[in-house]
Write a protein that binds this ligand. Structure first.
Ligand SMILES: [Zn+2]
Ligand SMILES: [Zn+2]
Length: 485
């Protein structure tokens, strides 16, 4: 096929008929769009790729491994292989034993009039490269599609990421539409008095200075990178970046685990820091990145943190040893599961006395939440800056100034959650005559849970330094988080 012909094929206007088999992940946002939204030429090309045809061996060799079928021919030479494949035509394939090394196998397949040979492996699944397949037929089908698409559209594929207009991409269109939906359906949050504040009210409560976070306006939302992972789409899927078909049988591209953005590998590399996590993908509440969780729920502070704090302030302030005494491990685990389950449904978990009699279990749940965060609440950079500042100077003003600067570098969800936690622990400590928990005690208990202190190799761990850092935050949080002076 000539280059000119290829160009003409692939640069022709898009198919005006919407495909019945387009991307399912963001399909709802795409309903009602005008035709020609998805570029179908690569899909049509994949459909035209030769199909796999196993060439069966008449008499099965006795040494046939159990994971191969009648396509296994044992020790046959290259010439015989080529004849068998040529007779069966494009897409024909067979497996033969390597003549050079015993126990090694070769996949031979016919494409574009030539016999191609690949070293074949099996580890529970079949593979010749990175992709794994359940059957030989799938492996060969995928290979034929890749080669066929590459042969007929290599130039087009090279250009498609460059030529895509991101503002017009399905992802941006989808975000625009759910931005409106989210503003209309903001999830309610429990509070001490039973009212359900809006995100605006929460923002006001947690500090108006946090203008960097506004869940009501997409444009003000913090920047977050996508978390792309190789993905196998079970039904035909299109790229949310360039609108082209994602060809192949398995691992056709990457998908963001937080928002569902699906893209070719090269297209994914061009995406911006504009991931908007979605509850559809962020299914748990524990052990999820703090920013991801808050964005998915359109809140400033994770619901579980807010609820635990409210409950402890409601009935735990006079409980002796609150946060020091551990609650029932079993009960805490049950509560964790309830939060994980309710997370996607936006349902509230009941932490009231009727359901959770022991307030120490609620306190334990809060500590567990922080312990399971993939990135601790106080990030390493903040801890390092603070530790250095506390060593470098005894001047309180300078120490606070450095800490404040470091805190401002943290993601907004970390800032807001840390601020709420510090406020809360101060409330707990004001009742220390009853609960016996001073700021020093609380700093000792929480520092291993909320601080990222790096590894000992990084050479900045001093005895008691962690407690000292958290204690400093607890004592000075009003100045650190308050309005700039
Ligand atoms: Zn994403
Ligand atoms: Zn793409």
């Amino acid at each position: 096929m000539s280059r000119e012909y290829r160009r003409r094929t692939f640069d022709e206007p898009e198919d005006p008929t919407p495909s019945p088999s387009r991307s399912p992940s963001m399909a709802s946002a795409r309903e009602g769009r005008t035709g020609g939204y998805w570029k179908q030429n690569l899909y049509l090309l994949q459909e035209r790729a030769p199909k796999p045809r196993a060439v069966f061996c008449g008499v099965p060799p006795s040494n046939r491994p159990k994971y191969y079928g009648p396509e296994f021919h044992g020790l046959i030479d290259r010439e015989e292989t080529e004849q068998l494949l040529a007779a069966a035509g494009e897409g024909a394939y067979l497996v033969r034993e390597s003549q050079r090394s015993a126990g090694a196998y070769t996949l031979c397949m016919r494409f574009d009039g030539k016999a191609l040979n690949y070293k074949l492996f099996f580890d529970g699944q079949h593979f010749v490269g990175e992709k794994r397949f359940d059957s030989m037929d799938d492996l060969v089908a995928d290979g034929l599609i890749s080669m066929y698409v590459d042969k007929h559209a290599a130039d087009y594929i090279k250009r498609m990421a460059d030529e895509a207009v991101y503002e017009e991409s399905p992802y941006i269109q989808y975000q625009k539409s759910i931005g409106t939906q989210r503003r209309q359906q903001r999830p309610p949050l429990p509070t001490l008095n039973g009212a359900t504040p809006t995100a605006d009210q929460l923002r006001a409560r947690h500090g108006s200075e946090s203008s960097q976070w506004s869940s009501s306006e997409q444009n003000d939302a913090p920047q977050k990178a996508h978390r792309f992972i190789a993905h196998t789409f079970r039904i035909p899927h299109y790229c949310d970046y360039c609108r082209n078909f994602m060809w192949g049988l398995v691992q056709q591209g990457l998908r963001c685990d937080d928002c569902g953005f699906a893209a070719h590998k090269r297209c994914s590399e061009r995406s911006l820091l504009d991931c908007r996590p979605d509850l559809k993908y962020v299914k748990r509440m524990f052990a999820v990145d703090l920013t991801t969780l808050c964005m998915a729920h359109s809140v400033l502070v994770p619901p579980v943190v807010e609820q635990c704090i409210m409950e402890v302030q409601r009935r735990g302030l006079n409980a002796e040893g609150i946060y020091r005494i551990s609650g029932s491990h079993e009960e805490i685990e049950k509560l964790r599961q309830s939060f994980d389950m309710c997370g996607t449904l936006n349902q509230r978990v009941d932490l009231s006395q009727a359901r959770v009699e022991d307030i120490h279990s609620v306190a334990g749940l809060l500590k567990l939440y922080f312990r399971l965060l993939p990135q601790p609440l106080v990030t390493f950079s903040v801890y390092r800056e603070m530790a250095q500042a506390l060593r470098a100077t005894r001047n309180e003003y300078d120490r606070i100034k450095t800490t404040r600067k470091a805190v401002e570098e943290m993601p907004p969800a970390h800032v807001q959650t840390l601020k709420l936690l510090l406020e809360h622990l101060n409330v707990v400590a004001t009742n220390s005559s009853a609960n016996k928990m001073t700021l020093e005690n609380l700093a000792t208990i929480f520092s291993p849970t909320v601080l990222c202190t790096g590894s000992p190799q990084q050479g900045i761990i001093l005895p008691q330094q962690e407690q000292y850092v958290l204690h400093f935050l607890l004592v000075h949080y009003k100045k650190i988080f308050g309005p700039q002076r």
